[in-house]
Design a protein around this ligand. Sequence first.
Ligand code: GRF
Length: 195
Amino acid sequence: MTQAVRVAILFSGRGSNMQTLAHHLAKQSVPATFVLALTNRPDAGGIEFCQAQGVDCAVIDHKAFDTRAAFEVEMQKALDTARVDLICAAGFMRLLTPAFVTHWRDRIINIHPSLLPAYKGLNTHARVLADGGKEHGCSVHYMRAEMDDGPIIVQKRVRVHNDDTPESLAARVLKQEHLAYPEALDIVVKNLIDN
Ligand code: GRF
């Protein structure tokens, strides 16, 4: 690939990771351009950021579709129209089908708030605390058909404090997410450019 990598960012809520990636991409430290934001939630907080920044944001409400596959056909159309090379899932709370993930193999990455392979799935912070874990963190990984599976690109660790609540721990991990995702993006973009 010789031209700038065209990046889409998928999100479902407040979109702080999406915004962090958007600011990072704007710095042009690697040849990559943020061409499309995409959300499955019409009420996602991050939409406001996209509007303020003049970033194209596709809003595709998954509830309007009978099946995951039908929803993904619509997503794929938006991704194709924007000629996307790389998808970053950033707090995108929809499971993607194996067919979709396989189509985008090595061109779709995700951030997860745990030190994978530990604590796949939801409520990671509360589960770490319930287990009396001493260490927690986040992982950016290539997506594979299995949920929260795939080669790790970057991990960041935090210590768990005795007085942590799920909220305080989530806040500490989120700070690390905002460091991990830009780092991982740069690695993936460089790999794509070299191949
Ligand atoms: C992040 O903790 C992400 O790892 C998880 O959901 C949260 C989304 O936060 N999957 P935001 O929307 O990026 O602010």
